[in-house]
Structures are given as structure tokens and as C-alpha cells.
Design a binder for this molecule. Structure first.
Ligand code: ATP
Ligand code: MG
Length: 349
């Protein structure tokens, strides 16, 4: 199949048409890492990590402090060499093609890396020029990104006068200058206020809509929920869960059936009746209004409703709830603290 793609020519601001035969077809997976190991003395920062980021998607990498997230990003951006394992990004090998790989990626590190003494617009212009943009394009891109991250007013001030959130925004803008095909964001919104966090999320979505692939580490489940389609959870240098956001919720937490009795006084009796019928885990919710029953599958749902209906209980409403990602995360990381070999793999996609 030959499709045409627009690619900047040497002047950057004009476009020439190339065919995929010339630029090479994009690999199905933007990032593929297998068996990555990185030890620091006795610390196994990464202990055999496999990870895949599908082209054009956002992978959320979750894990507690010290899990190995930043180390993984360092390996995948060629900043450190792994002790073992292999990885490709945009089809380029981390060990054998570091230069090409670096041109493919944008990186926002966990700690701000802008030049303190340059202004916001000078920082962005400089990076644009380092990335081979023409003067005109570097300037235009700086103006555009300063505007998008609400930094236009502060654009002329040295970055050292910026607040923490402003620096973070400038850092993100800097990683997006070259319109990287693969963007790594290491805890991009830690310490940002809710409005700024939303701006960052919008910008990440826009990048993805424009064709970028994103690998995002975060401590915020809401952020993962907002942005990621797939999740990889790591703990102590190992992958402990992997799958889609919805899949992991189903896998780890299952669903909970909530039933509102037509006659509130019958709630306790409903619980007793289900327990007698062998249904495990039936309880009243703490507010005493609903019946709550963990559900393994659709058959169980039908059976519970059948038992209640068969015993003549009136039902005013039913609902099923999936666990929050917070609950999923706690369940997964909690499990490994008692059973270090537990591995949860979501298989049904
Ligand atoms: N340069 C280094 N020298 C020694 N140990 C290191 C080095 N870099 C990381 N480590 C250790 O490797 C482990 C993983 O660290 P890493 O920074 O990758 O974790 P993280 O998941 O990013 O944590 P956080 O959520 O706190 O950012 C930690 O135990 C850390 O102390
Ligand atoms: Mg980190």
C-alpha cells in the first residue's frame, strides 16, 4: 500500500509529498521494549521489563515511588544503557540507532530542564533551532506554544522568575516543539493546579490527534483515566499488570451490582436471603439505602436478580458499578506486597 504523507522539506516551512516507500512504513508499535534490565548496585531499578506502546495511542505507566518509571524513560530515550534487554522506538534500536531515535522523540523529564536565564520565548526558539527549524519556523512555533500554554504574557521574562507551574508548562512546550512522533511525559502534571493540569491534558490529546504516540508516567489515576487507553503497572522494576484501562478494571475489580429496594425496610432481609441462597459478599451499602453484591459474570447477575424476584422482593432500581482506577491500582500493588510473583495479565481485548 502506498499512501502519501506530508513531510517538512529542508526549509521546514514548506511541505513536499513523499510516499511511504520513501519514508518507510511506520511500525505498528511505536515503542517496543523486551526484558529491560538496569541495576544500580543492589537496586534492581528495572528487572526485566516488557512494554509496548501502540502507534497513535497513550500508554500510561503507573507505579509507586521508586518503581522504575523514570529509569525506563531514560533507557527508552537513550540517556542510559540498559544492562540487558532490547527496545525500539519508531522502529529505531535504542542501542544501535540512538541518533535517529532521539530525532523521533520528545521528552519532558520529571524535573524542569529549561534554561533559567533565558526568557520563555528564547528557550523555545533555541530548542527549535537546535532541532533544525528555520528561524521563522522556530519563532512561529515558540509563539504558538507559548499561547497554547498560557505563557504569552510571561514570554519575555527570564524563566527563573516563573512559578513552578509555569516552568512545567514551558518544559512541556519545549518537548513539543519538534512535533515528535513519540512523546515521553514523566509525571507531567505533578504539582500543577487543576486548571493547568487540564491545559496539559488538552495539549496531549491534541498531540495524539495530530498523530503522536505518548508514553506517560503518572501517579494520578485520574490522569491515566483521562488520557491513556492502555496501562502498564510496574513495581520494584517489574511489570505487575498490563492491559486496557477498562480491561484491568474488569479483571481486577470485577463489577458490583447495586439494587435499590422498592420497600427500604426489606434491605436487611434481602441480604439474608441472598446469603442463604449461597451468594457471597451481599451487603447493605453504608448509607443503608442499597443492596451491594460483587458480580463475577453476567450469569451471576441474572441469578441474583432471579433470587430476589422469586422471593417477592420489589426492586426500584438496579445499577452495576466498576471500581475506580485508584481501587484497581491499590488492589494490584497491594497484591504484590504479599505475593511478589503475582502477575495480572489482561488477555481479553
Ligand atoms: N542513578 C541512580 N543511581 C542509583 N540508584 C538509582 C539511580 N536512578 C534510580 N535509582 C534507583 O532505582 C529505583 C527506581 O528509580 P526511578 O527513579 O526509576 O523510580 P520512579 O518510578 O521514577 O519513582 P518516582 O515515582 O519517585 O519518580 C529507585 O530505587 C532509585 O533509587
Ligand atoms: Mg520518576
Amino acid at each position: 500500500m502506498t499512501t502519501t504523507t506530508a513531510a517538512p522539506n529542508d526549509q521546514g516551512h514548506r511541505f513536499t509529498l513523499r510516499t511511504t516507500a520513501q519514508v518507510g512504513a511506520e511500525p505498528a508499535n511505536a515503542v517496543e521494549a523486551r526484558g529491560i534490565v538496569k541495576h544500580y548496585g543492589a537496586t534492581k531499578a528495572l528487572d526485566g521489563v516488557d512494554l509496548t506502546v501502540r502507534q497513535g495511542t497513550v500508554l500510561g505507566v503507573l507505579g509507586p515511588n521508586g518503581a522504575g518509571k523514570t529509569t525506563l524513560i531514560r533507557v527508552l530515550s537513550t540517556l542510559i544503557r540498559p544492562d540487558a534487554g532490547s527496545a525500539t522506538v519508531g522502529g529505531y534500536d535504542v542501542l544501535r540507532q540512538p541518533k535517529q531515535l532521539r530525532r523521533t522523540i520528545g521528552l519532558t523529564g520529571q524535573y524542569a530542564s529549561v534554561d533559567e536565564y533565558l526568557s520563555g520565548s528564547e528557550n523555545l526558539y533555541l530548542i527549535g533551532r537546535l532541532l533544525d527549524l528555520s528561524r521563522r519556523d522556530a519563532k512561529a512555533r515558540a509563539v504558538e506554544l507559548l499561547e497554547r500554554f498560557s505563557l504569552t504574557e510571561a514570554a519575555g521574562r527570564p524563566a527563573k522568575t516563573y512559578s513552578g507551574g509555569m516552568r512545567r508548562r514551558l518544559d512541556l512546550a519545549a518537548s513539543m516543539i519538534g512535533r515528535p512522533r513519540v512523546l515521553y511525559l514523566d509525571e507531567p502534571t505533578t504539582g500543577l493546579d487543576p486548571r493547568t493540569r487540564n491545559e496539559v491534558w488538552e495539549e496531549v490529546r491534541r498531540m495524539v490527534a495530530e498523530g503522536s504516540t505518548v508514553l506517560l508516567t503518572t501517579q494520578y489515576m485520574e490522569e491515566a483515566e483521562q488520557l491513556a487507553t492502555d496501562l502498564t503497572v510496574i513495581d520494584r522494576g517489574r511489570v505487575i499488570a498490563n492491559g486496557t484501562v477498562d480491561g484491568l478494571k474488569r479483571e481486577v475489580g470485577g463489577r458490583t451490582l447495586r439494587v435499590r429496594p422498592a420497600r427500604p425496610g426489606e434491605l436487611a432481609e434481602m441480604v439474608r436471603c441472598l446469603t442463604d441462597a449461597g451468594v457471597l459478599g451481599a451487603t447493605a451499602t453504608p448509607d443503608g439505602e442499597l443492596l451491594s453484591v460483587p458480580i463475577g459474570g453476567d450469569e451471576q447477575l441474572t441469578a441474583v436478580i432471579g433470587v430476589l424476584g422469586g422471593r417477592g422482593f420489589g426492586i426500584a432500581g438496579i445499577d452495576t458499578v466498576v471500581p475506580s482506577l485508584d481501587e484497581v491500582f491499590l488492589a494490584i500493588t497491594g497484591k504484590t506486597s504479599t505475593d511478589s510473583t503475582a502477575v495480572i495479565e489482561e488477555t481479553q481485548r
